[in-house]
Each structure stands twice: as C-alpha cells, then as structure tokens.
Design a protein around this ligand. Sequence first.
Ligand code: S3P
Length: 180
Amino acid sequence: MKNIALIGFMGTGKTSVGIKLADMLEWSFVDTDKLIEEKMGMPIPDIFEKFDEKRFRFEEKLAVEGVSNNTNQVISTGGGVVLNKDNVVCLKQSALLICLKANPQTILERVGHDSSRPLLAGENPLKIIINLLKLREPYYQCADLYLDTSEMTVQEAANEILYQLQKWGVSDVRCNKGQS
Ligand code: S3P
C-alpha cells in the first residue's frame, strides 16, 4: 500500500483529517480539489459556473490519475470522486480507501452554508444533503475502511484511522509522531 485515499461525502472531514494524518505519518498531503483549482486558476464554484460539472469531473479524473503515480501521500478527494468507476479503480491501484462518514445534520453544520460547495447551493441544503447521501451510498461502498466522524475531533479521527491501520497490520504505515 503506497497511499491512503480519503473518500466520502462533503463535510465528513476528508481535508482536515487528511492533513492531520499526513502530518502524523510524515507523508505528503494532496487534495484533488486543490489541484484542480490550481490547474484551472479558479475556485470550484467558478469551474461549475464558467464551464460545467462535466468539465469539473473530467479534471477530477486527470487529478486522480496524476496523484496515483506518486507514493507516501494522504490523498483527499472530492465527495463525488467515486461516481466515476475509473477513479475508484485508479485510486485502488495505489491506495487504501478510507471512507469518512457523518450524519446529515453534522454535514449541514460543517458545510451547509459554505458557498464553496456548488452542489449544496439551494433553498434547503439539508434536503439536498439527505438526497445526495442516499444516491451516493452505493458508490461509497468501495472503501476498505469506514469511519463516522460525526462525534469526533480531527485528532480523534486521525488517531482512529492510524489505530485501525496498525491493527490491520498494514505494514508500511508507521506513525512518526505521537498519537495525542
Ligand atoms: C463535490 C464535493 C466537493 C468538490 C465539488 C463536488 C461532490 O469536494 O469536489 O464541489 O460532488 O460531492 P468536498 O467533498 O471536499 O467538499
């Protein structure tokens, strides 16, 4: 196993937990959304607006292919990355997939009023979250490990992931920093 990829719905903690985990492992942290924004020179809502979701998904696929060539990284992905089977196949070739989960209310509190999530823009973001979660549930079942972060701090979630990985005997995962 060369990388760890965090998948899961918006607001489940992929970025914050990923940064913490990478720090503890002394691995690199990469975020496919950030790579797309850097390449396109604009934030994600502008990519959706000036181009469309299809273009975003195309760039997302390229970003996934790019990061999968490197090793010793914690990869944070966008919530919709699993919608394209090619992305899942590609990620699985280099990474263990960890799916972060959270309940709809927690997701709403974390990102519901954040204008950087174009898919949640609407009159009733909670309803959008519930509907999208239902639609995406089957796609998230590709993960090797699941963690519900609803009641967890970022540090607790990162600790739990490391604990699970070590318990599984994933041999090349070593924590280089204290887990507290
Ligand atoms: C998306 C999630 C976002 C981002 C884009 C689309 C999705 O990433 O990739 O807005 O389809 O769920 P986060 O999951 O990091 O918010």
